[in-house]
Design a protein around this ligand. Structure first.
Ligand code: ARG
Length: 467
């Protein structure tokens, strides 16, 4: 039975060749270091295939039993192995078949009847992909929930809202946080459609022309947890669209996280000082004792590069492929594995960082400048029937007046205001309250307490709907 196989090079296609592969070609050809992680799916797919062959009358009851028990033993052996180091096999499919034949002898060679590595790799990759998407959905929704919880925690804090990174209008800090959660909800939505697209069984496509035996592909699909079977064997072995769309989702999430991370870098620096990340998510400097660096956010921002890059790599691989299966497709996995691993690491770290984050209410209050209420000043006149264009002009003139006098907009007197436009009354000074300004915008999607509450409800609903 199981002899040591660590040094026996093995391929599945020797028959028509006389010499072995050159060492350079062997190195280029090998994908085992990348596809090792597919072994569980390869064993699972192989067990289902053996059962399918038995149903089709290609394997006897005894043969399928021996193959199935052999595959269970192969899984045990693979479980005990530290990884692909030292194995000379071309890829994981080769390893599984070699171990099977070592374990149960030549009957193992019957497993590959009617099956090609092309449909094997397409199937294994999709099985892996569905599990990966579910993992990403769980991690992404964990981050969205953490942001929503933080938004509740900081209710009542009003901060500057920015456009062009200039103070624009006051907004609740919870509104800012939630503005970073909605894009991730859209990403979750996208992942749902990736899952659906991935959920198609290619097995039974053969190399490109389908299976010659009477395989019940629906039964195979049910066995392996797929909802549908592919409709065209040539497309079945070469379709990687789901992987490209997964990578697009990864790139988009990378971009969203990078934007949020940029906020955190900016808002946690000493000039802003709005945000403080927990000690567990910041690092010190080896040289400067005072430093407190927002590395979690910087690394997240940096990781977006590879997430975007992986999408480009996949699109470029797919672009030139002629009809049928092409070996270029071996390049499909590394990019996907890397994006999933990258997000698998970044998402929990960002979740923890958000949970650890505190707001410095004093620094935020100090930063609020009265000029941010210039729009409210114009709106005040609009409520008194002044056309907005004129009101805008008046408010602008008042900002200029205050600026020229080295004072804040709110320090102008009623006389000074009426000097510019007669429409102001005593009550104009009530608008110079950022909290009131925020509260005055009450439509759906706006900043009032009630509107933000409604937004939190909508977010919870959307989250429930995307999972
Ligand atoms: N190692 C290959 C991959 O990762 C398996 C498919 C090989 N197919 C072939 N016709 N050579 O994609």
């Amino acid at each position: 039975m199981a002899k040591d196989s660590s040094d026996s090079g093995h391929t599945l296609w020797g028959g028509r060749f006389e010499g072995g592969l050159s060492p350079e070609m062997e190195a280029l050809n090998r994908s085992l270091d990348v596809d090792w992680r597919l072994w569980r799916h390869d064993v699972r797919g192989s067990r289902a295939w053996a059962a399918g062959l038995a149903r089709a009358g290609i394997l006897s009851a005894d043969e399928v039993l021996r193959i199935d028990q052999g595959l269970i033993e192969v899984a045990r052996r693979l479980e005990a192995m530290p990884g692909p180091r030292g194995l000379a096999d071309e890829d994981i499919h080769t390893v599984v078949e070699r171990l099977l034949t070592e374990t149960i002898g030549s009957v193992g060679g019957k497993l590959h009847s009617g099956r090609s590595r092309n449909d094997q790799v397409a199937t294994d990759f999709r099985l892996w992909g569905m599990a990966a998407v579910r993992l990403l959905q769980a991690r992404l929704s964990g981050l969205v929930r953490a942001i929503a919880e933080k938004a509740r925690e900081v209710e009542g804090v009003v901060m500057p809202g920015y456009t062009h990174l200039q103070q624009a209008q006051p907004v609740p800090a919870s509104h800012w946080l939630l503005s970073r959660a909605w894009p991730l909800v859209r990403d979750l939505d996208h992942l749902g459609s990736v899952l659906k697209e991935c959920d198609v069984l290619p097995l039974g496509s053969g190399a490109i022309a389908g299976c010659p035996f009477d395989i019940d592909r629906e039964a195979l699909a049910a066995d392996l947890g797929f909802s549908r079977v592919s409709e065209n064997s040539m497309d079945g072995v070469s379709d990687r669209d789901w992987a490209a769309r997964l990578l697009f989702g990864g790139a988009m999430t990378g971009v969203h996280l990078s934007q949020f991370a940029e906020d955190l870098v900016l808002f946690s620096n000493s000039e802003f000082g709005f945000v403080r990340l927990g000690d567990g998510y910041t690092t010190g400097s080896s040289l400067m004792p005072q430093k407190r660096n927002p590395d979690v956010a910087e690394l997240t921002r940096g990781k977006s590069g590879r997430l975007v890059g992986n999408l480009m790599a996949m699109m470029t691989v797919l672009k030139g492929l002629p009809t049928g299966y092409n070996r270029d497709l071996q390049e499909d996995k590394e990019a996907v594995f890397d994006s999933v691993d990258t997000l698998g690491g970044v998402l929990p770290a960002m979740t923890g960082a958000v949970q650890s984050m505190t707001l410095d209410r004093d620094r935020i209050a100090e930063a609020l400048r009265a000029e941010m209420l210039a729009t409210d000043l114009a709106d005040y006149l609009v409520r008194r029937s002044v056309p907005f264009r004129e009101a805008h002009h008046v408010a602008g003139a008042l900002v200029r007046l205050a600026e020229g006098a080295g004072r804040q907009l709110s320090d102008l007197t009623l006389d000074e205001m009426n000097g510019v436009h007669p429409g102001f009354g005593d009550d104009v000074f009530e608008i110079f309250d950022p909290a009131a300004s925020v509260e005055s915008r009450d439509v759906r999607g706006a900043t009032s307490r009630e509107a933000v509450e409604a937004q939190l409800d909508a977010l919870a609903k959307a989250l429930a709907g995307t999972l």
